[in-house]
Design a protein around this ligand. Structure first.
Ligand code: SAM
Length: 219
């Protein structure tokens, strides 16, 4: 596992150690519900193979599997994946999801996918461009890339959201990932506002950066 310097300079913990510690801080970190932009953008796609990068506690992977997708769900945190596996079994989707514990800093995709989704993959230890270029590289010709992140102007008030370099607009994302013709068709580059409930039950308005694109040419 790669060693990472924590942004505050105090720790050389790996990404896995940092995220495991974060997850251990709460019996459940996320809502258990699939992300709304995933539902909005993927509900009408014909099922095939899907890769969920930074899958966390597994709600998106379980939703996709329930709609007929064969899902590979990757996260660096073994604690998150243990919970995700249990949730999938409770939901009868255990057989349709392969859980992969890997650090994106060293992971190389072994296959291409019909859908690659990355939802709020805001790493504290690697540039978002690096993580999301991996996502784009794993989309097969004719497949879909879906990236959703916190827009820098609409961050949740909780959590460690003080590092502006960790966040992007959909336009920045498209530019940095080279999402343009003829290799890509840009289907959605959007800024969307919504209300959410935070981990301690607090309400907040947040903004999502949403990018959906279709790979048009082989790479
Ligand atoms: C903000 S959470 C989002 C989880 C999930 N996608 C969701 O929306 O509920 C970010 C996830 O990315 C994972 N992650 C962060 N850095 C990673 C890395 N270098 N390799 C793999 N996963 C990573 C974390 O463990 C965490 O589960």
């Amino acid at each position: 596992m790669t060693e990472h310097q924590h942004p505050d300079g105090e720790s050389n913990a790996t990404a896995a150690q940092q995220w495991d510690e974060t997850y251990r801080g709460r019996p459940r970190m996320w809502s258990g519900q699939p992300n709304p932009q995933l539902i909005a953008e993927a509900a009408y796609l014909p099922p095939g193979t899907a890769l969920d990068l930074g899958c966390g506690e597994g709600a998106d992977a379980i939703w996709l599997a329930g709609r007929g997708w064969m899902v590979t769900a990757l996260d660096v945190s073994a604690v998150a994946l243990e919970r995700a596996t249990a949730h999938a079994q409770e939901n009868g989707q255990g057989a349709n999801i392969e859980w992969v514990q890997q650090d994106l800093a060293t992971w190389v995709p072994a296959q291409l996918f019909d859908l690659v989704t990355a939802q709020f993959l805001h790493s504290t230890v690697m540039p978002w461009q690096q993580a999301l270029q991996l996502a784009a590289a794993a989309v097969r010709t004719g497949g879909t890339l879906l990236v959703v992140g916190h827009h820098p102007d609409g961050l949740p008030p909780w959590g460690q959201h003080h590092a502006p370099e960790r966040f992007y607009t959909a336009e920045e994302l498209a530019r940095e990932l080279g999402i343009e013709a003829p290799e890509w068709g840009l289907d959605v580059a959007d800024t969307r506002h919504r209300s959410i409930i935070g981990p301690d039950g607090e309400a907040a308005d947040v903004t999502d950066a949403v990018l959906r694109a279709t790979r048009m040419e082989a790479h």
